[in-house]
Design a protein around this ligand. Sequence first.
Ligand code: GLU
Length: 321
Amino acid sequence: MSHIRGRFAPTPSGYMHIGNARTALLSWLQIRSMNGSFIMRMEDIDKPRCKPELAEQALADLRWLGLDWDEGPDMGGPHAPYTQSEREHLYASALDQLEQQHLLYPCYCSRAELLSIASAPHGLGSEGPVYPGTCSRLTEAERAERALSKTPSLRFRAAEGPYTFHDETAGWQTFAAGGGGDFVVRRADGIISYQLAVVVDDAAMGVTDVLRGYDLLDSTPRQLMLYEALGLPAPRFAHVPLLNGTDGKRLAKRHGSIALASLREAGVSPERIIGWLAALSGLLPQPEPVRASELVSEFALDRIPKEAVVVTDELMRYLTG
Ligand code: GLU
């Protein structure tokens, strides 16, 4: 085994669908094609939104597809536990470390206040507009006063200038305002943000290669700033274009039966799904039933299309038969 390590990190807040399956497949193929270890990690840090049954279902769906992993919540491994809700002590100590460097400050802004800056330019798709730093300028007295009526979230002080990084599929990327301004690392309800948890975990688990959907490209500067501040080595990143519906929006329920569990129930074979996803990802000329393991030698990052793939009704019909 090489030292290459990758992971798939589903959030069990809904059923796995063909978009998740595609990310899982491509990440798995990338790692298996380099003889690396593949990790499964359950990202249930936002507990109120997640369900243990959905986590179980996700693992079952992914195994049914023909994917496997060397470490994970169902089998353990050297970096156990592999479920974020059981790793909170690690996130707390990362917060301490950032606190000691004076990189955090409490933010008392309400949702309404944050929404009122929604029209600001350079907003990040995934996390709203650039935070203008309102609460970073509060005096101690103002903080004490606001603390009487509100529990704050904690924000990380982002770099001020533009932030540039290299993505293995998308190329060089530059984001203004340190990649979107100061961002939340712990919500007012105490829940640790995805950004912090994912960095702590990928570093602790020795992940060398992250392949995930384009929707997380703009989270990457934030994560890289956290790696830097925590003195942790960052992985390589490859963000792959999303699967979209004919309306140009990200594939979702309204585009048809896209949950793996429903396709399975409808009698669609895993090989059919894998072949279909491989064709949409530039790894096969036509969709034809194939096992995931048969695609390992076909995988190359540069075969993956650079643009979002539109899943037409016809393609959808091919999948469901
Ligand atoms: N848990 C995240 C999601 O389901 C993925 C995290 C990542 O790949 O960095 O969207």
